[in-house]
Design a protein around this ligand. Structure first.
Ligand SMILES: Nc1ncnc2c1ncn2[C@@H]1O[C@H](COP(=O)(O)OP(=O)(O)OP(=O)(O)O)[C@@H](O)[C@H]1O
Length: 536
């Protein structure tokens, strides 16, 4: 990158004291604000400002040359984007990928050719954008908020790095999302729709779908997956208003993978992969690159696609991580130890897919799953499922725990203990990893107590726990309720995630023939915190 690209006001370059990566993270943190309602009444919280910022950064023209794939939806956006990026990279293209949120390092949000952007490049592009904006802002055009800044930074990076294709995940919603300044994408996609962020997007599936369909553009083909009727008709209505085609991508037929596995685990990933295949194909056709990739046999997948799908990766989604603490001592521990199953599900529908995934893998590996009614097999490690859970206080824990518990018990997997912990990282600091309160005596655990109460109530089978609105979840919950839930009874609150992990390690160490299978879910931040802690 040229120096002209780097610093706009001559105050310094990356590496000088005030221009470091750490300093950039501090400045970025200063942009974090609580969300406001982004609806028609306030024009998406001054969404039009985004166009002002693009003008200030002189990105308008260059952005229109980016060959973008734009993806919205409630669940599966990140995974679908990761598959799409990997497919097109394996077809030989120079790719840019913008996703959210990040788990450990903000640079995860910006991938170039499948790799997180380097600290050096991030720092340089950050200050380029930051300095120009700082110089030009005024009362009418204030500094962009956190996600808006990140989206602008992504556009700057992709333009400057001259990517062949930019795959861009919507942050929240669609119509008024910061990424929706993309005027002429090559193709758009809407992943599985469900109930999330209702305080911002609306209370019905139709309203939510309408917001997401706000990314559709005239002349741009749109793809989606099978959706509940109400959501689908809203998508169709928007597509027909614009006179564009809306095609429904079928889930990937696993037989097309030549006996290989998708890079991302879980049944639901076949839905996401199907959408990624359709969008990639459409992108290749519309940019004139399909020749030589597709053969006459329309039933098979090009080998570049298979490579892309099987090599794709994304942290914190159905990820299995053996605790490194035990892998270094495995010879002395025998068959016991601790394995984390990480999935950042935080909506009712994703809790169901998360619980199905966990149950399946837990059962696959089970030589003995903890269940008092089953005989113990003393010759091998006993597998003991444990839950670590937290969710944001804007969420209804009942809507998350009920489907989790029901799906697991329906599949015959019973948590030996549920641990409720506060998140480690603070919401308003990028890259920080400190507890909100360092003295465990002072930590406010009232939210964790609420969650624990909900857990206990759910065990006791309170009626009216489950909201009938949640398609698919209700049926599973009812089936699960009929099962014996007494094995969910043990639960505990820990003042920090670190203390919970410490407890688990000691427990596994004492009982050498026990292997703890720890499902961590409810919050992607929590999952990121676990990854940070165990990899230290
Ligand atoms: N097709 C799907 N249907 C239901 N749940 C899904 C689907 N795909 C992914 N999930 C669940 O959603 C979680 C997040 O996946 P992913 O990051 O791909 O989606 P996302 O839409 O980007 O979500 P978020 O906005 O929460 O980051 C996964 O861990 C999984 O539990």
């Amino acid at each position: 990158m040229s120096k002209a690209h780097m610093a706009s006001n001559g105050e310094g370059e990356p590496g000088s004291p005030a221009r470091t990566y750490e300093e950039a993270l501090n400045c970025l943190s200063s942009l974090i604000t609580r969300r406001t309602r982004a609806d028609g009444a306030n024009k998406g919280d001054h969404f039009d400002l985004m166009f002002e910022y693009l003008k200030i950064l002189e990105l308008e023209d260059s952005m229109s040359r980016l060959k973008v794939i734009h993806v919205a939806g409630t669940k599966g956006k990140g995974s679908t984007c990761a598959f799409t990026e990997s497919i097109l990279r394996n077809c030989g293209f120079h790719t840019g990928l913008f996703t959210s949120p990040h788990l450990i390092d903000v640079r995860e949000r910006f991938r170039l050719d499948g790799m997180d952007i380097s600290e050096e490049k991030f720092t340089a592009y950050f200050w380029w954008c930051w300095d120009i904006l700082q110089e030009k802002i005024n009362d009418d055009v204030p500094m962009p908020t956190y996600f808006r800044f990140l989206a602008l930074l992504a556009f700057k990076i992709f333009v400057a790095e001259n990517v062949d294709v930019a795959i861009v995940e919507v942050g929240l919603g669609g119509k008024f999302d910061a990424t929706n300044v993309i005027r002429t994408p090559i193709v758009c996609g809407i992943c599985s729709l469900g109930y999330d962020h209702m305080e911002i997007l609306g209370n019905t599936l139709g309203e939510i779908a309408g917001e997401k369909a706000g990314i559709f553009k005239q002349g741009v083909p749109a793809y989606t997956v099978s959706q509940p009727e109400e959501a689908m008709s809203s998508l169709k209505a928007k597509a027909s208003q614009l006179g564009i085609s809306l095609q429904v991508a079928s889930p990937l037929d696993r037989g097309l993978l030549d006996g290989q596995q998708l890079g991302l685990d879980g049944e639901h990933q076949y839905i996401n992969a199907g959408l990624a295949i359709s969008m990639s194909r459409s992108w290749l056709e519309r940019t004139g690159h399909s020749e030589g990739i597709f053969t006459q046999n329309t039933k098979s997948l090009p080998e570049q696609f298979i490579r892309g799908l099987t090599l794709s990766r994304l942290q914190g989604r159905a990820q299995i991580v053996p605790d490194p603490y035990f892998s270094t001592q495995s010879s002395t521990l025998g068959p016991g130890g601790l394995v984390f199953y990480l999935d950042g599900a935080h909506s009712p529908e994703s809790m169901v897919v998360c619980a199905s995934w966990f149950s399946n893998v837990a059962k696959e590996t089970a030589r003995y799953i903890y269940h008092p009614e089953q005989p113990k097999n003393s010759s091998s490690a006993r597998l003991v499922p444990i839950l670590i859970f937290n969710c944001m206080s804007v969420r209804d824990p009942q809507m998350l725990l009920a489907p989790l518990m029901s799906t697991c018990s329906y599949n015959g997997v019973y948590f030996h203990k549920a641990l409720f912990v506060p998140n480690q990282s603070t919401f308003n600091k990028v890259g920080s990893f400190t507890s909100t309160q360092s003295n465990p005596q002072q930590v406010d655990l009232s939210w964790q107590m609420t969650i624990q109460r909900v857990w206990k109530n759910t065990i006791n089978g309170n009626k009216g726990l489950i909201d009938d609105k949640v398609t698919g979840v209700n049926e599973v919950c009812k089936q699960g309720e009929q099962r014996n839930t007494r094995n969910f009874e043990n639960s505990a609150i820990f003042p920090s995630l670190a203390s919970a992990i410490q407890w688990l390690r000691e427990y596994a160490q004492q009982k050498r023939t026990i292997r703890l299978q720890v499902l961590v879910t409810g919050s992607l931040n929590l999952v990121g915190d676990v990854l940070r802690l165990i990899k230290k």
